[in-house]
Write a protein that binds this ligand. Structure first.
Ligand code: UT7
Length: 333
């Protein structure tokens, strides 16, 4: 029997217009453009300034771009999975809002919470519905309005994050393309080094949680950095080894964009040069669940059917993983 795999058949994205540059941040906190660029690789990020617009707005824009580019109607979508740590609200899921916004009246949907690995985890989950034959069209979206949870008085985190959304469509493929393999990990033993403590059932919102600033992202940069360098490099090397791939075989590494130094270490471990690494951290910063699909959107025109991509991420939880994707189409432009 021929093997059915989930292939990415279209990519969409959305980035807000407003830019927060390193020069802007120099006015907010005690930092410098030189420090930010040399320690992270970031020059600017996009910010969704309109307080009436949230993650579902960006996810809807990205989803509509996918529909337009693939030339299908929203009614054809079976399932929408949204990776985010900044849902519009605790419930309903942002996926419910987005299916309604795009008119996906035949779809069901849910959110995945896996921080910076969210898109990878959602992709791997969505792929199972295609490979099993249950569904024919699954939309996987990574979207985060990080500016809604970033503390703009904390110089160690506010320089890192930005807002954005990216989406892909998964469809069955029997030509050998698609998501060939994936590896996923979670380890909650160091959860406290990257978290948002307030607002959940442990610390429900109160005057005290506001006073203690618990409704903002908290990160201890150094331990996360250390774990990220090892986690992302190990899992990328592992997926290459499992699939008998060398650096030569890989067209692009598509890494989560948290820090240029983490990406550099991963590429070195994989034996690939930086010209084969998708990098847009300079322009968008860390958009959490959106980084990987935003890279795919930026590089889509450069990709050819049969190209081997390694997607890799590490993030809060800790969560980390990698996917081996054989690209399924030539760009139309
Ligand atoms: O995407 C989810 C996963 N997240 C990540 O992967 C992020 C991982 N962590 C990192 O990328 C890095 O740890 C940071 C970029 C957050 C920090 O870089 P670092 O090289 O690890 O710096 P550090 O935390 O060791 O701090 C070095 C110094 C400290 O000063 P002292 O104690 O040596 O006097 C910091 O206070 O740099 C200081 N510092 C800053 N200085 C200027 C921290 N942030 C800033 C800043 N501007 N924005």
């Amino acid at each position: 029997m021929e093997q059915v795999r989930a292939a990415i058949t279209a990519v969409g994205h959305f980035l807000p217009e407003d830019r927060l540059t390193n020069a802007d941040l120099e006015k907010l906190v005690d930092t410098t453009d030189e420090w930010i660029q040399s320690r992270t690789g970031i020059k600017e990020r996009r910010i969704l300034k309109d307080p009436a617009k949230a993650t579902s707005y960006m996810a809807t824009k990205a989803a509509n771009e996918v529909l337009r580019k693939r030339g299908i109607s929203a009614e054809e979508i079976d399932l929408v999975i949204i990776a985010t740590v900044t849902p519009d609200m605790f419930f309903p899921a942002t996926a419910c809002l987005v299916t309604a916004n795009i008119g996906a009246t035949n779809a069901w949907g849910y959110d995945v919470s896996a921080a910076c690995s969210g898109f990878l985890f959602a992709l791997s989950t969505g792929a199972q519905f295609i490979a099993s034959g249950k569904h024919k069209k699954v939309m996987v979206i990574g979207a985060d309005k990080m500016s809604s949870i970033v503390d703009y008085t904390d110089r160690t985190t506010c320089i890192l994050f930005g807002d954005g959304a990216g989406a892909v469509l998964l469809e069955p493929d029997t030509t050998g393309a698609g998501i060939i393999d994936s590896i996923e990990h979670t380890d909650g033993s160091q959860w406290a080094s990257l978290c948002m403590l307030g607002g959940g059932s442990l610390n429900p919102p109160s005057a005290a949680t506001l006073e203690q600033n618990l409704h903002r992202l908290h990160q201890e940069g150094a331990p996360v950095f250390k774990a990220a360098v090892k986690g992302m490099a190990d899992v990328s090397a592992q997926i290459m080894e499992d699939n008998n791939l060398t650096g030569e075989d890989v067209r692009y590494l598509v890494p989560h964009q948290a820090n240029l130094r983490i990406i550099d270490a991963t590429a070195r471990r994989m034996g690939i040069s930086m010209d084969k690494v998708m990098l847009n951290i300079e322009r968008y910063g860390n958009t959490t669940a959106a980084t990987i699909p935003l890279c795919l959107a930026d590089w889509e025109n450069d990709l050819k059917k049969g190209d081997n991509l390694i997607l890799a991420a590490f993030g809060g939880g800790f969560t980390w993983g990698a996917a081996y994707v054989k690209w399924a189409y030539d760009s139309k432009s």
